[in-house]
Design a protein around this ligand. Structure first.
Ligand code: HEC
Length: 187
């Protein structure tokens, strides 16, 4: 009887772990979907606003629209969503917690070793939540507000200075990692 039970357990365990993995894969897919909704929407409004009101006029898009859009996506999906960075501009909302910080540090190490940041992500169960982060690579457009401080236009510099006296989010170049989209959901 005992051998039979052991045999049965040996037979069933792989199925159970396959099922558990399938659940994790589904969560990973869901988290990835939620996280990839925000950047293209934000980019579109940013480009539109730059056309209408110039770079400095588009700063409020990053300041007010980003959290508003994130709030809407949260409402629709049940996932909390925010942006985090190791070098923050808005220290009231973008400072990473320990889990996010270690993921961001790992992304930076991999980028420094030559890996393209476009696909970098991390998703796992942490306590009673599922957590996921996706790297946000610096593109040409981003340099207008996140590039080397001495290359920002005087108008951009002045508006940034008014809103973010403690700004750490300049000095980037294309291909570096500006930060990450971070999403989480209670299980
Ligand atoms: C028009 C200027 C402007 C452009 C262009 C711009 N940003 Fe920003 N970015 C800002 C401002 C302003 C904030 C602070 C927003 C806030 O108050 O939450 C910010 C914040 C962020 C944050 C949140 C973390 C932090 O430091 O507060 C990330 C991530 C980010 N930007 C990524 C990007 C990326 C990636 C691009 C290019 C696709 C980009 N930004 C282009 C102005 C800009």
């Amino acid at each position: 009887m005992k051998t039979l039970l052991i045999a049965a357990a040996a037979f069933i365990t792989p199925f159970i772990s396959t099922l558990a993995n399938a659940g994790d894969d589904a969560l990973l897919g869901e988290a990835r979907n939620v996280a990839t909704t925000l950047p293209p929407k934000l980019l579109a409004s940013l480009q539109e606003e730059i056309k209408k009101s110039g770079l400095e006029g588009a700063i409020p898009v990053c300041k007010d629209m980003a959290p508003k859009m994130a709030g809407e996506i949260s409402k629709q999906t049940g996932w909390k969503i925010k942006r985090v960075s190791l070098k923050v501009r808005n220290d009231a909302r973008a400072i990473p917690d320990e889990w996010e910080k270690s993921a961001l540090e790992d992304f930076d190490k991999r980028a420094a070793a030559g890996e393209s940041p476009a696909q970098m992500e991390k998703g796992e169960k942490v306590g009673s939540e599922y957590r996921y982060v996706k790297a946000l690579p610096v593109q040409q457009l981003c340099l207008n507000c996140h590039g080397p401080a001495d290359q920002l236009s005087p108008a951009v510099k002045s508006v940034l200075g008014q809103h973010y006296p403690n700004d750490h989010a300049t000095g980037y170049s294309v291909g570096q990692i500006r930060g990450a989209i971070s999403v989480r959901k209670p299980l």
